[in-house]
Design a binder for this molecule. Structure first.
Ligand code: 26W
Length: 818
């Protein structure tokens, strides 16, 4: 039977309706008349997937046949957001589907609201991975994203008495119509055991691993559609299952729990995402997760994407694996094990291949976020990999000693294996030694990587270090999230910007056009109204009209300084209630927070409690609640970001200089016409350089000034004593005013600010509130404000993740579009 190419269903209302009803009846197995909203949503998702599947399958075939170089993106996190809207956008099916559903008496936006977003990430790193794979598909670059199909994603955040309470994220409970499981392609992953020397059939002494237990990795494929280009790449997420799910003998012996113990034990590996986004807990299960998805991915690519007779010496011509931070770095010894132990390749040849197959992106500057794994744990879980890491390190240190004879301190500093505070493997060092390239995610970050985090390595391999400033996908974060603005841009400069964001520059002249500025303000007002409707329905939060929307949304972390934002609010409030300032001179503001704290991060949770306590008090205070409102919708995620960002006037990017690697929220706000108040940190520096000092509200110490102050010694209590405004704000916080008179409730936060303040919030406070006064001044002239906001949009096309991908392709991956 000559089977031709797979064809997608007809792009017509009738064609769609036929496909949808067939899926509803035969796929979901319900009648239209009895279908629940979830039934309708699942059937719709499946139907849209059919339209994509044709290109997906054909794309996979051509990719394999063409033998082109593929980008393998290895990431422990993907913060994808809802899929339906993006799939409708990519396929151009939106209007057909809306009309088709209408004819069935179904409302498309009702079904879109039914989708649970896959929260398979913590924050910046996970969302960046999602933006990157979207851009690679839109740029027609063959890419496979590899990761973990966590059964439970990032926890659902609720507030109880103002305190964060985590709920499990059972995102799969209502079905998962976007995934395609392939149990037949399961991969066995080994763990534990020992290693031994042996002599193989041709008399060569070799080492081998004798693992003691194993699990199965089952791949679930997700489609990653390109925008209007017919390309559909693959995101392959691995789920752990027991090799031997059920032990009947044990069951028959009546020990039912024991009979399924292997199953539960195995499943634990992909059970839940670790909710930390900066301080690794060093749990063995986390290492199991990392090795699990890496081992599945490498074997999957080598055995299923390459011809059976492929010579692995040529592997670098077919794949480049990007290591998304240190989380997948165990892939380096795993590839060496596959090449040397299984494929009997010579060590040096295998090492040469390995060094061409990996590149490493670092996403942090916090020393505590750089993962190190105790050799004791590695010896227990991955004994052969530890041996290989030692051998890699020996070879590397031999080189270093030759290059710097007698400089034993340098060799000790650069060793992948450290003995202090315990014997452990520094994964960032392993990634740097093995990677063809090492990059930071913003100019300042990459410079600090060279100068402060990996100075010995950048001195030894200057050409290995580079920078690729982050970006965001304009499809989701402008075209999809901000339809009101999209329409205005399309009417003004056409639609080309969606895949060529530099074209936003064509908006520059319209910043001088009063009529365009007025329409821009209408767009912002409409987005605020839409947000207000959502927040009252979602959280019972009432957004006052006509307020400056001052938005700070990101993970809760002390270096991001949500506490300093709170001090600004407290200071303004204190001055009003104390009569220090005339309320009539105050710019009415609503401060919107969105932030999850890692469950074990105490000070972050104290800050959330403080923000909610202040919010409640301000809401009840007749003297101020028409002027100052604090809104803290719970469970900040991609879906809420899509509604919040287009409505914002002011974007808070106030981290301590030298701490935020890049930030990507900052880019999304600028591209949606918000002004940024920020420090010279991460990508803020590049945003300010592009939009111009007049259109960016800069404040605070620069990174060198921070380093200088820390070197000189910093005493936050002295700053508190010397700044009356700051003193009154902190005293009010400590007074019990926000906690029914309970003066102890705020102690942890107040004491930390006064006697620790690791991220210098008090030191930057004065500069910050002066900058905020400038914001009030600027906002007093809405037309001037709009002009600056429009210039921000026109000048930030650079921050497209398409541009980031082009840089990776040219300077790191040396791969190209099909
Ligand atoms: C092991 C615990 C852990 C988990 C996640 C991470 C991530 C690297 C943290 C993260 O998301 N970093 C953010 O990455 C973004 C994308 O590059 C940057 O824009 C942010 O500045 C950076 O904080 C570190 C440590």
């Amino acid at each position: 039977l000559a089977v031709g190419p797979v064809v997608s269903p007809p792009h017509s209302v009738d064609g769609f309706v036929k496909e949808f009803l067939r899926e509803l009846n035969f796929g979901t197995g319900v009648l239209l008349s009895r279908a629940t909203v979830n039934d309708q949503y699942v059937a719709l998702a499946r139907t849209v997937a059919h339209y994509l599947a044709a290109r997906w399958l054909e794309g996979g075939r051509t990719r394999r046949e063409a033998g082109v170089k593929v980008v393998g993106y290895l990431s422990a996190e993907y913060l994808l957001g809802r899929q339906l809207g993006n799939a409708l956008l990519a396929t151009g099916l939106r209007d057909i589907v809306e009309e088709g559903l209408e004819s069935c008496g179904i409302n498309l936006s009702t079904l879109r609201a039914q989708e649970v977003e896959p929260g398979l990430g913590n924050g910046g790193l996970g969302r960046l991975a999602a933006c990157f794979i979207d851009s690679l598909a839109t740029l027609n670059v063959p890419c496979i994203g590899y990761g973990i199909r966590y059964e439970y994603g990032i926890f659902r955040q609720t507030f109880v008495d103002g305190r964060q309470v985590e709920q499990p994220d059972a995102w799969l409970s209502l079905g998962s119509p976007w995934e395609f499981p392939h149990p037949e392609a399961a991969v066995q992953v080994d763990f534990g055991g020992t290693t031994e020397e042996y002599v193989d059939e041709d008399g060569t002494p070799r080492r081998r691993w004798l693992p003691s237990w194993n699990v199965l990795g089952v791949p679930y494929n997700y489609m990653v559609p390109g925008y209007h280009n017919g390309r559909v790449n693959t995101l392959r997420l691995w789920s752990a299952q027991a090799t031997k799910a059920f032990d009947l003998q044990i069951f028959n012996s009546g020990d039912y729990a024991e009979a399924v113990r292997a199953q539960t034990f195995a499943e634990n590996i992909s059970k839940v995402l670790y909710p930390e986004d900066s301080t690794p807990q060093g749990r063995e299960l986390r290492l199991q997760q990392q090795y699990f998805f890496v081992a599945c991915s490498l074997r999957d690519f080598i055995e299923r994407e390459l011809p059976a007779d492929f010579d692995l010496h040529d592997l670098p011509e077919r794949i480049i694996f990007q290591l998304n931070d240190t989380h997948p770095v165990i892939a380096v010894p795993e590839l060496m094990r596959l090449l040397v132990d299984e494929r009997k390749m010579d060590w040096d040849e295998a090492w040469a291949v390995t060094q061409k197959c990996f590149a490493y992106t670092c996403h942090t500057l916090l020393p505590e976020a750089l993962e190190v794994w105790p050799t004791e744990m590695l010896a227990k879980l991955l004994p052969r990999h530890l041996e290989i890491i030692y051998q890699i390190n020996d070879g590397f240190l031999r080189e270093v000693r030759e290059a710097f004879p007698g400089d034993e301190m340098r060799a000790r500093r650069m060793s992948i294996v450290t003995d202090y505070p315990e014997r452990a493997v520094r994964m960032a060092y392993l990634a740097t030694v093995a990677g063809a390239k090492v990059n930071g995610v913003a100019e300042l970050h990459s410079q600090l990587l060279r100068d402060k985090v990996l100075p010995d390595f950048s001195e030894y391999w200057p050409e290995k270090f580079t920078n690729v400033t982050n970006g965001v996908t304009p499809r989701r974060f402008i075209r999809l999230a901000n339809w009101n603005f999209t329409r205005l841009i399309n009417e003004t400069i056409g639609t080309g910007w969606v895949t060529d964001l530099d074209r936003l520059a064509e908006l520059e002249p319209y910043a001088e056009d009063p009529e365009f500025r007025a329409r821009f303000r209408q767009v912002k007002a409409a987005n605020k109204e839409r947000l207000a409707k959502l927040l009252v329905a979602r959280d019972g939060i009432v957004l006052p009209e006509g307020h400056l929307l001052d938005v700070m949304v990101k993970r809760l972390h002390e270096y991001k300084r949500q506490s300093m934002k709170l001090l600004h609010i407290l200071s303004t409030y204190e001055q009003i209630i104390s009569g220090a300032i005339d309320p009539a001179t105050v710019t009415p503001r609503t401060f919107v927070f969105g932030a999850k704290a890692a469950p074990g991060y105490k000070m972050a949770k104290e800050t959330i409690f403080a923000i909610n306590a202040v919010a409640a008090t301000l809401a009840a205070d007749e003297r101020t609640n028409h002027l100052l409102t604090v809104a803290f919708p719970a469970n900040y995620n991609v879906t809420l970001a899509e509604k919040l960002i287009p409505a914002a006037d002011l974007s808070e990017q106030i981290s301590l200089a030298g701490k935020e690697a890049s930030g990507t929220g900052n880019m999304k706000f600028a591209l949606n016409g918000a002004l940024t108040i920020g420090t010279d940190d991460g990508a803020n520096v590049e945003i300010r350089e592009l939009v111009g000092d007049d259109n960016f509200i800069l404040f605070g110490m620069s990174e060198p000034e921070v380093a200088d102050l820390q070197a000189r010694g910093y005493n936050p209590a002295a700053v508190y004593e010397s700044n009356p405004l700051l003193k009154r704000a902190i005293d009010l916080l400590a007074s019990g005013h926000f906690t029914e008179g309970n003066r102890d409730a705020m102690n942890p936060l107040v004491m930390d600010l006064l006697y620790n303040d690791r991220f210098l919030a008090l030191a930057d406070f004065q500069s910050y509130i002066e900058a905020q006064a400038k914001v009030d001044e600027l906002y007093a002239d809405p037309d001037a404000w709009s002009r600056k906001a429009i210039l921000n949009v026109a000048r930030t096309g650079f921050f497209s993740s398409d541009r980031s991908m082009r840089e990776y392709l040219d300077r790191i991956w040396h791969a190209k579009a099909l």
